[in-house]
Design a protein around this ligand. Structure first.
Ligand SMILES: Nc1nc2c(ncn2[C@@H]2O[C@H](COP(=O)(O)OP(=O)(O)OP(=O)(O)O)[C@@H](O)[C@H]2O)c(=O)[nH]1
Ligand SMILES: [Mg+2]
Length: 309
């Protein structure tokens, strides 16, 4: 099992670093995926997402469900999420075979971060995790892309964000399948809950569509965790019964194929052009007064022509 764990860690590193070898591994793993349920957990900085995930992991492990956690922090080169991994691991001396944690920072891989997070989820899935939790700070497009690959999106809010619910990222009020009002031990949580429910009731809905519930939690005291899991379970059931799960799966697959195709194309282009191609082009512009756009078009044309032969 520890060998398994090591090979999993190695594979995840390859995925994170966009190592060309990762692609064939992922292709091979694909046949073993499709079992895990992915939950995206997003919300403003400091809302208690990591604390909530910590509580969720403990509860799920006590039910003997295996869990993989991917924490994505596009804003920071630091991996605050590493704390979570340490925190959960301290509970036992042996590494828990039913729990994996990975935190991912941008490290210059901004464009590929959401795709990499979704591929790391695939790896967890293939290694038999029942659930994959994806944590991401809810501030921008990357985060939305990250949770878009999940089967269920949980948006974590706090009483303090009550005032700016509207201003606060119209996006967040649109994307959640389940809402959490964490830090419900704080003053004003009753009012905030009413405001969030009012904001949610304005969401467009058609007959029979899912109305996102609001669950109040105190993650730091592990309160409301069962209710949250129940809400996610109800959503999962609803999605399976109404075919919503299939629609989401199509969208995820479309994105997966697009990203993989574009990545392959980019890699092949530079393999074909050779490692000196860019330096040579720069020299041609600087020394021979050539036009960079023409050179770029030439590189592309040579690749396309070369690809045909
Ligand atoms: N009072 C109170 N504090 C909480 C609760 N949940 C979390 N906290 C505290 O809130 C702070 C932030 O918690 P995190 O779990 O790190 O929040 P986060 O959303 O993961 O933060 P980022 O990943 O940095 O965006 C910590 O000091 C937690 O102890 C809660 O239910 N009540
Ligand atoms: Mg966090």
């Amino acid at each position: 099992h520890s060998g398994d764990r090591r090979s999993l860690a190695r594979l995840i590193s390859m995925v994170e670093n966009a190592d060309p070898r990762a692609e064939s591994c992922l292709a091979e793993l694909y046949g073993r995926t499709g079992r895990a349920f992915r939950i995206g957990i997003t919300g403003p900085p400091g809302a208690g997402k990591s604390t909530l995930i910590d509580a969720l992991v403990r509860e799920l492990r006590s039910q003997d469900q295996s869990v993989g956690v991917v924490a994505v922090d596009p804003t920071s080169p630091f991996t605050g999420g590493a704390l979570l991994g340490d925190r959960v691991r301290v509970s036992s001396r042996e590494p828990d075979p039913g729990f994996f944690f990975r935190s991912m920072a941008t490290r210059g891989n901004i464009g590929g971060l959401a795709a990499a997070a979704s591929e790391v989820s695939d790896v967890f899935d293939a290694y038999g995790m029942d659930l994959v939790l994806l944590e991401t700070v809810g501030v921008g497009q990357i985060e939305l892309d990250v949770v878009a690959s999940a089967e269920c999106t949980v948006v974590v809010l706090v009483p303090e964000s009550g005032d700016d619910v509207q201003a606060m990222k119209a996006g967040l009020m649109e994307i959640g399948d389940v809402y959490v009002l964490n830090k419900s031990d704080r003053d004003g949580s009753g009012l905030a809950a009413r405001e969030i429910r009012a904001a949610l009731s304005l969401r467009q809905s058609v007959e029979g569509s899912w109305s996102p519930p609001l669950v109040q939690t105190v993650a730091s005291e592990r309160k409301g965790i069962d209710e949250l899991l129940d809400a996610v379970g109800s959503f999962r059931k609803h999605q399976e019964e109404t075919g919503g799960a299939q629609i989401r799966k199509r969208n995820v697959l479309r994105e997966r194929i697009r990203v993989a195709a574009e990545r392959t194309l980019r890699r092949r282009l530079w393999e074909h052009a050779g490692s000196d191609a860019l330096d040579e082009a720069v020299a041609a512009v600087m020394d021979d007064n050539r036009n960079p756009y023409e050179l770029a078009a030439e590189l592309a044309r040579r690749f396309i022509d070369g690809g045909k032969s």
